[in-house]
Write a protein that binds this ligand. Sequence first.
Ligand code: NDP
Length: 253
Amino acid sequence: MNRLTGKTALVTGSSRGMGRAAALRLAQEGALVAVHYTANREAADDVVTLIEKDGGRAFTVRAELGVPGDVHELFLGLESGLRERTGTTGLDILVNNAGVMGGVKPEDTTPEKFDQLFAVNAKAPFFLIQRALKNMPDGGRIINITSGLTRFANPDEIAYAMTKGAVDQLALHFAKYLGPRNITINSVAPGITRNDNPVFGIPEAVEQMAQLSAFNRIGEPEDVADVVAFLATDEARWITGSFVDATGGTLLG
Ligand code: NDP
């Protein structure tokens, strides 16, 4: 499959988890992928190595999101990597995936924690989109990873769910704004999806989490990556401003 040959993509937080899977998937489709990370350089390098082994093209970009100057730093690395490989700084696909969870009870949520969650999960995606639009040609794609927790209650994640609800708004309002440029923007909402969290190594916990899905299993990063890849292709040109439930039927109740 080479549905993205000639395209360039940035996937934030793609050193691990579903960002990693999305980077691999977009590269399989032929895109040149910027693999973004903040701390795990080795993991990001491994993603690039894997992509190259598979005949694809990728490079790493480091920037901590949620701190002053974050978008500027990320775009310095991104534009230099793109220019080096393509001769231009055009960015066709932006996947806002990097995010942090809260895991704190309502009574323990401090203003500092609240601000940090919003800075990384909501403010950074908004300003990344604002900046990326300078580089994005007509027909571009923006995909924001939000969460099923905007529609499924979890009292330990109220502030986190608020950040994701805010990001869902990006798709609605930006879709109208970007329609004239044929740029689509959509939310993809995963359910519980395997990552490095030790909880996924506890069989009883996994079994319990699996029961939330209509398919009686937890999500794998690739389950979400396939949805991201589809939305990035021309086949998804008629979908914009939407909330794509990629929770494996968790929201069915
Ligand atoms: P992981 O926790 O596996 O990985 C997080 C990624 O984001 C890493 O690449 C990490 O970089 C990067 N990152 C984290 N904080 C920052 C920061 N401040 N600045 C820059 N990069 C950062 O992610 P998941 O696959 O679990 O989640 C991906 C997205 O999906 C997130 O937005 C999450 O909220 C959402 N989601 C996750 C669910 C799940 O069950 N896993 C369910 C629903 C939504 P580094 O490796 O360098 O630390």
